[in-house]
Design a protein around this ligand. Sequence first.
Ligand code: HEC
Ligand code: HEC
Ligand code: HEC
Length: 408
Amino acid sequence: MQGEYLAQLGNCAACHTARGGEPFAGGKAIHTPFGAVYASNITPDPVHGIGSWSAEAFYRAMKHGVNAQGRLLTPAFPYTNYTSISRADSDALYAYFQQGVKPVAQASREHELGFPFNTQLALAVWRVLFFSPEPDTINSIALRADSMPANDPKGFKNEVERGRYIVNGLGHCSACHAQRNALGAVSSDGLLSGALMPMQDWYAPSLHAREEAGVQHWPREQIVAFLKNGVTQNASALGPMAEVVAKSTQYWRDEDLQATAAYLQSLPVYPAPSKKAAKVSPQTLSQGAALYAQHCATCHGENGQGIQETDGLAQQGILPSVTKIPALAGNRAVSLSSSANLVRIILAGGYAPSTAGNPRPYGMPPFVHVLTDDDIAAVTTYIRASWGNQANAVSASEVVAQRRGVLQ
Ligand code: HEC
Ligand code: HEC
Ligand code: HEC
């Protein structure tokens, strides 16, 4: 079913399927600065789900963020992105959620938002300030794949247009990669210029900056490989991005990955705000070097070169080289001006997503119970200042704050 593919493209399950819960029966909490919001049951159950909804009502929810009962929906449901969906794609999704998903009789949970954010009035005001529905479009992923000839004039003008439709629409990359204001609205400049994710100590880097997550200078195939496999020679998907790859982009069709890559490459390039790397004390560096040799070098290499996999599919030229252990030398994730992700991965460890191209990812062990705050600050500072990496030092107090989050 086309709709099933679109649900993967839009990663509906990321929010609507709770861990260990029935598919799309809801119940998963999304923590916002205004309180917890629970994704709804969107199975075709007529009472608790959307079984009694019309296709029109479903389209209105996607495009306008208003549900079948006329309730304004919170923008934790990323309708500010989904608003660009075409009626054809909405109908394909609707057909899938009515016919392809098992109905589950489970009530949606009430949100736990503080006053005034729990009121319809607040949402109405928010919408006036920050939301305008996109004009209707005939562009469609579903129709195109089924019945439209490749160069149908009613379809996308070109590959970049298709990529824009995916990235800004169902793909909702801006939900994490764009800055938000104090009221949680994605900035209206339309840029994906990087943001600290609300309530999570993860920084989603700028897709406009070469020093961050911009891929304008990457070979096209490497971008496709990153989204498909979750790893490439000099980048690996971590934390929330690993989930995006695991649940969504690894399943995207090649034409959609290619279009996404084309669009990401068409984004204007802006330099990331640079913080001048301050002088690091020699003691910190030698402390960091010793810790690195003891705890990290077996995997990441004495010179931060990592371990590349050269066998299997990569060797036969079927897949681009898949990384076993990412290099730290020349790795943008290591020298981002925000050290949030770095401290987080060293404290909590993690896995790259398991994908067809990298089915058994190696894990990064957690150091939360192994290294002190001071140690982690020193080793992080060391890898940010070695092998050509040039980034500012990390202080023990930054580690303290993150450790609290990891231990919670
Ligand atoms: C980032 C999390 C997130 C993603 C991704 C997401 N949703 Fe939701 N969705 C929510 C939340 C939270 C609500 C509840 C909003 C409210 O009640 O105000 C919701 C509500 C809805 C509703 C309204 C249900 C009702 O009974 O009022 C529909 C329909 C819906 N989502 C469909 C989808 C579809 C289809 C997708 C994938 C294309 C999707 N959602 C992806 C978070 C998400
Ligand atoms: C749920 C939040 C979230 C969403 C949605 C999301 N990202 Fe990310 N992304 C992140 C975070 C956090 C990082 C930094 C961690 C890392 O390097 O993997 C990241 C990193 C990246 C990188 C940098 C890779 C590197 O290390 O050089 C690229 C490229 C990227 N994302 C592209 C995308 C695209 C394209 C989409 C939409 C299809 C998307 N992201 C959607 C959170 C997200
Ligand atoms: C057992 C092997 C192993 C050891 C030991 C290890 N790592 Fe890792 N590390 C990994 C793997 C595998 C990944 C990729 C994880 C992922 O993608 O989520 C990784 C990821 C990372 C990343 C993120 C790189 C990126 O591309 O986003 C950093 C930074 C890092 N490790 C630093 C360290 C430091 C510092 C130490 C020592 C304190 C260390 N690692 C010890 C295996 C290891």
